[in-house]
Design a protein around this ligand. Structure first.
Ligand code: SF4
Length: 167
């Protein structure tokens, strides 16, 4: 269940529409301004069973160049808002490397960029996107809102569309 930025959600929906697949997303994090206008910052991509972009024959992702940052950085995970970087203990490849390797990743996190260079770059990019959004939210005084109460908003935007109104 990857967590994706709104523009990634829209891109995935576009690609999925081209192959006649429907994807399911749920807002994960949202904010409200003093005019009752809401902005969704993150979505959870709800994947039932295999991801529709997983090519079972080749056992590879069929949208490698377009996959979201959460997929690009896996098995790395970022704890928000601290920005702490972790490697997922659920990753089969990591498990196969054995307990010594796992201990090394947790006791020497500075080795993570060497072990996972491409994934680390993706994680860095996601962190930068996240902090850019967060600083906008702080600057504009938006407050967190329960995503189950988005129906109460006067209008609902994806955060990038909301931010574009201030350009
Ligand atoms: S890496 Fe590709 S196949 Fe795997 S979840 Fe992401 S988009 Fe789907």
């Amino acid at each position: 269940m990857p967590v994706v930025f709104p523009w990634e959600k829209r891109e995935l929906e576009k690609i999925a529409a081209e192959i006649g697949v429907k994807l399911h997303f749920k807002p994960l994090q949202a904010f409200i301004d003093r005019n009752g206008v809401c902005a969704i910052t993150l979505y959870r991509w709800e994947i039932q069973g295999f991801c529709p972009f997983f090519d079972k024959a080749s056992k590879r992702c069929s949208i490698h160049d377009d996959k979201p940052l959460a997929c690009r950085m896996y098995p790395l995970l970022i704890e928000m808002p601290s920005g702490n970087l972790m490697a997922s203990g659920k990753c089969d490849w990591i498990k196969q490397q054995g307990p010594r390797f796992i201990r090394q990743l947790s006791t020497k996190p500075e080795t993570i960029p060497e072990v996972f260079p491409a994934e680390f770059e993706a994680a860095k990019k996601a962190f930068i996107e996240f902090t850019t959004i967060n600083s906008f939210i702080e600057r504009h005084g938006l407050q967190p809102i329960n995503v189950n109460k988005l129906n109460n908003c006067n209008e609902v935007f994806d955060i990038d569309d909301y931010m574009a109104r201030f350009d």
